[in-house]
Design a protein around this ligand. Structure first.
Ligand code: EZ4
Ligand code: CO
Length: 469
């Protein structure tokens, strides 16, 4: 299979003479890639003693044999990745779910990425990450980075299983006994938010994110609208043929939110940690005002004030307030995090492991953040799958600068298809000591819940103009 270098470079020269044409040129690139692959494999083999040794001493060489993509809707849509290997029974499970664009990621994985991975050594995670990120030339974007995250998680899962270690051990071992978790308390009015928060606190939560419906606006991000909180559980997944449209007006929102937190502090006392998500809806000066107005209520953090394009604008918020700031769930590249971290413009980086390129990307973001005294708060909603939640916690409990972890309780129907994932106890999340990520997917069960087209809601102002949801 491997063509010698001389032949590859000959083909490369001939390509310029126009004799070989596009087909031969791509053939030459492919054969060069095969040569590099062989060299990489040979180098790592040479470091080992036995002639049959692979990347891991004492273990035979390993190859990726197939990448299976499972699109399923057990309550809401998930895209799962199963990377199979040449070792019987050894495979890795990842999550590549991007709410509302599931099939685009699935097609990227099936049509473009899978052919690049077959025959590769799954233990060379960093090389595969670099190759899938820089290799296609068209780097980044949520679709490619979600696909890359799905592969990355599956490869780390394989590595953990091969090493017979839970992933957090491979990442450096435990730095804490568990990951401090927060859940959501949403309501149609202040009393209902209080009620839901109290229930969460009785369940063991020490940290609660509070969102309230804004009177006069139909639908407010993260609130049950006119439904009960129970009926609205999994609100973002409400299936509709086309997106639902919510209405947002910043003036109303900016008046209500500080009053909510004044109310909650008075009712719930000083100890419980309170958080709030702006969901990228504010302009810089509005965000500065809100952060300032919330100061007396000592939030744990104020989340995602601004659109992801406006990183420099965080300076304005910082100048006006000591409310801790968190940002990042719409980032889809580790480089998105750099300006906010290096200027200490935020206190918590909360990108989504599933959308910035997986564990390999998150480790680098976390390490950069550590050097600037920024803590992590990885995104943990219900519309990313249990393998990403597991990855969150494996990273959380093995880094020095973990801050807090958003958490979600998956319904039984989801757990029927995707088993494993973090557990919650007394305010903290943890992972089992199963090797790898600790999740599995039941492909037969997945078939019972076929994909259903669904969108996240959208939002408009009262005058009908487009507003960030
Ligand atoms: O709206 O994951 O903090 N959590 C959030 C989530 C996001 C959804 C979007 O897909 O903001 O609820
Ligand atoms: Co959010």
């Amino acid at each position: 299979m491997h063509k010698p270098f001389s032949k590859a470079s000959q083909l490369g020269r001939r390509g310029f003479l126009g004799l070989a044409g596009v087909a031969a040129l791509s053939d030459s690139l492919l054969s060069r890639e095969r040569v590099v692959r062989a060299l990489l494999a040979k180098d790592t083999q040479a470091e080992n003693t036995g002639s049959t040794a692979g990347s891991s001493p004492g273990l035979p060489p390993l190859k990726i044999t197939d990448v299976r993509v499972i699109v399923t809707c057990p309550d809401r849509n998930y895209v799962l990745v199963k990377v199979l290997t040449s070792e019987p029974g050894l495979y890795g499970v990842g999550d590549a779910t991007l709410n509302g664009r599931e099939l685009a990621v699935a097609a990227d994985l099936e049509q473009h990425i899978s052919p690049l991975l077959v025959d590769r050594d799954p233990e060379q995670i960093e090389d595969i990450w670099q190759y899938l990120y820089r290799g296609p030339y068209w780097r980044g974007g949520p679709i490619q980075m979600t696909a890359l995250a799905g592969i990355d998680l599956a490869l780390w899962d394989i590595k953990g299983k091969r090493a017979n270690m839970p992933l957090y051990q491979l990442l450096g071992g435990r730095t804490r006994t568990g990951a401090l978790a927060y859940t959501h308390a949403s309501g149609r009015d202040f009393a209902e938010v209080e009620d839901v928060a109290r229930r969460a606190m009785r369940r063991g939560f020490k940290c609660v994110r509070a969102q309230v419906a804004i009177p006069g606006l139909e639908g407010t991000y993260g609130t049950p609208g006119n439904k009960t909180p129970e009926a609205a559980a999994g609100l973002v997944a409400n299936m509709a043929e086309l997106p639902q449209t919510e209405v947002f007006e910043p003036a109303l929102y900016l008046r209500v939110v500080p009053r909510l937190f004044e109310y909650l502090r008075a009712k719930l006392g000083p100890e419980v940690e309170l958080l709030h998500d702006c969901h990228e809806r504010l302009d810089p000066i509005q965000a500065a005002r809100l952060a300032h107005d919330l100061e007396p209520y000592h939030l744990f953090f104020l989340e995602d004030c601004l659109r992801p394009e406006y990183k420099e604008s965080f300076r304005l918020i910082r100048e006006h307030s000591t409310t801790p700031l968190a940002m990042g769930e719409l980032f889809n590249s580790p480089w998105d995090c750099v300006p906010l971290i290096k200027e200490q413009l935020i206190d918590y980086i909360r990108c989504d492991l599933g959308h910035i390129g997986g564990i390999t990307a998150a480790r680098k973001v976390a390490a950069l953040a550590e050097l600037f005294q920024v803590r992590t708060a990885w995104h943990g909603p219900g519309d990313i799958g249990p393998p990403t939640h597991a990855a969150n916690v494996h990273v959380d409990i093995s880094i020095p600068n973990f801050g807090i972890q958003e958490m979600f309780f998956f319904p039984d129907v989801t757990r029927e298809v995707i088993s494993g994932g973090p557990e919650f106890k007394d305010g903290y999340m943890n992972v089992s000591d199963l090797p790898g990520l600790g999740c599995d997917v039941d492909e037969e069960a997945a078939k019972k819940y076929p994909y259903r087209r669904a969108y996240l809601p959208t939002a408009r102002r009262k005058d009908g103009s487009v507003q960030d949801w």
